[in-house]
Design a protein around this ligand. Structure first.
Ligand SMILES: Nc1ncnc2c1ncn2[C@@H]1O[C@H](COP(=O)(O)OP(=O)(O)OP(=O)(O)O)[C@@H](O)[C@H]1O
Ligand SMILES: [Mg+2]
Length: 330
C-alpha cells in the first residue's frame, strides 16, 4: 500500500482503457476538487469531460495521468494502477496540458525529438516519428523555427504532436482547443479523428466547447463541483430532453409549477431551475401558448421565454441549473 494513498490497491473491474473508482482529491487547505469519480472509458473511444470552471476536470486528468496523487479511490490505465504502477502508466499515455508548456529555446522539431529521447527512443526512431507527426499536425515547414514564435494554434498542434511522440495508447487532452479560432479547433479535432480511425487510440478530452463534444465524443460526462452529474452518449442525453426545449424565466410560486405539467401528454421532460423552468416538448411551436398559459395559471410571472433545439448546453443546464459558461446561453 502506498502511504500517500490510503486506499488499498485492488485489481480493476473492467478491461477498459481508463477506469476510475471513487477517485477523489482534496487539496491541502481543504478544497474538495474531485469528490468521487467513477469512470469507465472503453478502448478506442473518445470521452469528453465537460464542466464549468473549477468543476474538477483538470484535477481528474492529473490523477489519471499520475501527476497528482489521489486522496482516496483508485484508477487504472490499461489495467495498471495510476499510483502503484505510475511509471508504466506514464509510458503508455500521452498528455497535453491546459496551459501551454513549451521550451521557448527549442525549435518545433527539437521539442519533439527531445521528448522522444526522454522516453528512450533511438535517434532513428525519434526522427522518423517527429517527421510523421510534424506532417500530421501540418508543422513540417515551421519545424526549424523556434516554438516561441509559433502562433497559439501552432503551439497547441506542437503539443499534440509531442503527446503522440511515444505512440501512446491513451491520450489525455486538457482543453486542447481553448483560445483557438474555429479553424484551429477544427484542425485539432481532425487530427484526433484521424488517429482514432487509424489506430485503437483512446482519448479523454476536457473541453468547454459543447459543440465539439457533441460531434466527436462517443460518451460525454458532465462534471459539476467535483462530481459527475450525468453521463451518456451525446445523442441519448439530448434525446432525453425531448424534441424541443422551452425555457421559461420569471418569478412566482415555483412549487405550483410542477403539478401543472405533471400529466401533460406532450411534456417529455420538466426541470425546475433557478429563476424558472426548462421543459422538453414534442414541438415548441405547437405547445408554446399552452405552456405560457399553464405557467400564468400557476401564478408564475413570466419575464422571458426562449425556445431551443436541445443540445449539450441544455443538458448541462438541466442537470446543474446553470449555463456552462457564465452568461452564455444554454
Ligand atoms: N494545486 C491546487 N491547490 C489547491 N486547490 C486547487 C489546486 N488545483 C486546483 N484547485 C482547486 O480545485 C478545484 C478544481 O479545479 P480544477 O482545475 O480541477 O477545475 P477545472 O474543472 O479543470 O476548471 P477549469 O475549467 O477552470 O480548467 C478548484 O476549486 C480549484 O481552485
Ligand atoms: Mg481545467
Amino acid at each position: 500500500m502506498n502511504p500517500m494513498n490510503p486506499t488499498p490497491a485492488s485489481p480493476p473491474r473492467t478491461k477498459a482503457a481508463i477506469e476510475a473508482r471513487s477517485l477523489a482529491k482534496t487539496y491541502p487547505g481543504g478544497v474538495e476538487a474531485v469528490a468521487s469519480l467513477d469512470l469507465v472509458v472503453p478502448r478506442g473511444s473518445i470521452y469528453a469531460l465537460l464542466g464549468p470552471n473549477g468543476a474538477g476536470k483538470t484535477t481528474a486528468v492529473s490523477m489519471l495521468t499520475t501527476l497528482t496523487t489521489p486522496t482516496s479511490g483508485q484508477a487504472w490505465i490499461n489495467g495498471l494502477n495510476v499510483v502503484e504502477d505510475a511509471a508504466s502508466v506514464r509510458r503508455s499515455i500521452g498528455v497535453t496540458f491546459q496551459e501551454t508548456v513549451l521550451d521557448d529555446a527549442l525549435t518545433g522539431r527539437q521539442v519533439l525529438e527531445f521528448h522522444g529521447r526522454l522516453y528512450g527512443q533511438s535517434l532513428r526512431e525519434r526522427r522518423r516519428r517527429a517527421d510523421e507527426l510534424l506532417e500530421l499536425t501540418e508543422l513540417t515547414e515551421a519545424a526549424p523555427r523556434k516554438a516561441k514564435v509559433y502562433s497559439g494554434g501552432m503551439k497547441r498542434r506542437l503539443e499534440l504532436a509531442r503527446a503522440l511522440m511515444t505512440v501512446p495508447s491513451v491520450l489525455f487532452l486538457d482543453e486542447p482547443t481553448l483560445g483557438l479560432d474555429p479553424q484551429g479547433r477544427t484542425r485539432i479535432w481532425d487530427y484526433v479523428s484521424t488517429l482514432r480511425r487509424t489506430s485503437d487510440l483512446t482519448v479523454l478530452v476536457t473541453t468547454h466547447y459543447l459543440d465539439e463534444a457533441q460531434q466527436l465524443a462517443d460518451c460525454v460526462g458532465i462534471m459539476d463541483a467535483g462530481r459527475l452529474v450525468v453521463e451518456g452518449s451525446p445523442d441519448d442525453l439530448i434525446d432525453a430532453l425531448g424534441s424541443d426545449t422551452i425555457r421559461v424565466r420569471g418569478q412566482g410560486v415555483e412549487e405550483a409549477i410542477d403539478p401543472r405539467f405533471a400529466d401533460v401528454e406532450y411534456v417529455e421532460s420538466f426541470t425546475r431551475v433557478d429563476g424558472g423552468f426548462l421543459i422538453g416538448v414534442d414541438s415548441a411551436s405547437r405547445r408554446l401558448t399552452d405552456v405560457i398559459a399553464r405557467a400564468a395559471d400557476a401564478g408564475f410571472s413570466i419575464e422571458d421565454v426562449s425556445v431551443a433545439k436541445p443540445n449539450l448546453g441544455a443538458v448541462f443546464f438541466q442537470h446543474t441549473g446553470r449555463s456552462l459558461r457564465e452568461g452564455a446561453p444554454a
